[in-house]
Design a protein around this ligand. Structure first.
Ligand code: FES
Ligand SMILES: [Fe+2]
Length: 342
């Protein structure tokens, strides 16, 4: 894959771990957005995500740093840092260094995931991370579903925008996922940082059916470029979360989560096995996409069929707002300028 012409430092909420990977007292190492980071959980359960390096002499807090009550203690000289990244104790001096601060990131835990807010300009969050249940406003909760099933693929050469573009790409369903007929989009709403896409789709029947016969579909909510949640209707009840997080300027980590609905009153092992099978199938379909994305080159401007124009133009214009240069969604403009300058 060519290095994407789109910025790998977009603004928004991005998944950096699952909540159960950072238990009370744990210090968890991560690399995202080209930064070494740690996530640590205080005795109270409060979670902090911050830069990994101690502001004293630069020890990496992920190698031997440990949680002491509500603070993180550096392994090198024992300086202690709090939830805000402030130094609160130098063990061999009567006062802490009040001026120094380790960069911390706004963090939320939702749907068993840890999301951080990333913004190169340090702006506060201006939209909310979507919730696979609450965001659909239908009163559903995790209790209505079997436990979350997960896929985790590390350091793939792909950009988060490729994944979201699936949300307007009706033609790929037939070729990548072998749906019998091409789905039809019924909603494209790209007015806000949270966008909405609905489509009618079926995985059953043959090529002879028409889309008007189809009584099933998917509703998707994209929270910026990092997180998308979906809800199905008219088929086996399932919800999904896809979360793509840039690691450096070439690669991203991909996390995909699936929930299969419980059938009220049926707690049988057979129903659970069926759910497991169905969840595996949805994950398998997502890996078909990953296979394409991880070798794809971003095409801009793309050659589009007439029916693709509207959706791709809308999503690419929408994506621009998340890039530091404000033009990432249309790299062609950059190339055009460069061409003139040369
Ligand atoms: S480097 Fe962290 S306390 Fe010295
Ligand atoms: Fe897909």
């Amino acid at each position: 894959m060519a290095k994407p012409p789109l910025s790998m430092k977009p603004t928004g909420w991005f998944q950096v771990a699952w909540s159960d990977e950072v238990k009370v007292g744990d210090v968890h190492r991560m690399k995202y957005f080209d930064r070494e980071l740690v996530a640590w959980r205080a005795q109270s359960g409060r979670l902090t995500v911050m830069d990994a390096y101690c502001e004293h002499l630069g020890a990496h807090l992920g190698y031997g740093g440990h949680v002491v009550g509500e603070v993180l203690q550096c392994p090198f000289h024992g300086w202690q840092w709090n939830h805000d990244g402030r130094n609160v104790c130098i063990p061999y001096q009567d006062r802490p260094n009040r001026g120094r601060r380790i960069r911390t990131f706004p963090v939320v835990e939702r749907n068993e995931s840890i999301y951080i807010w990333h913004d190169v300009d340090g702006r506060a969050p201006y939209f909310d991370a979507p919730d696979v249940f609450a965001s659909f406003g239908d009163g559903s909760s995790a209790a209505d579903y079997y436990p979350q099933m997960r896929l985790y693929r590390e350091s793939l050469e792909l950009h988060p925008q490729y994944v979201l573009e699936n949300g307007v790409d009706f033609a790929h369903f037939k070729f990548v996922h072998q749906t019998p007929i091409v789905p039809v989009f019924t909603r494209h709403d790209f007015d806000q940082p949270i966008s909405y896409v609905d489509f009618t789709i079926t995985f059953e029947g043959d090529e002879d059916q028409t889309i008007d016969d189809v009584r099933s579909g998917v509703e998707a909510i994209n929270g910026g470029l990092g997180i998308a949640v979906t809800k199905s209707w008219g088929m086996v009840d399932n919800r999904t979360i896809s979360a793509i997080t840039p690691v450096d300027d070439r690669t991203s980590d991909v996390r995909f989560m699936v929930y299969i609905g419980r059938r009220p009153g049926d707690d049988s092992a057979r129903a659970e096995a069926k759910a497991q099978e169905f969840g595996d199938e949805i994950i398998r379909q997502f890996t078909q996409d990953i296979h394409i994305w991880s070798h794809q080159r971003y095409s801009d401007p793309p050659a589009l069929a007439g029916a693709e124009q509207q959706g791709f133009t809308a999503i690419r214009n929408w994506a621009k707002q998340f890039y530091p240069d404000g033009i990432g969604g249309s790299a062609a403009e950059v190339y055009a300028q460069r061409g003139r300058a040369e």
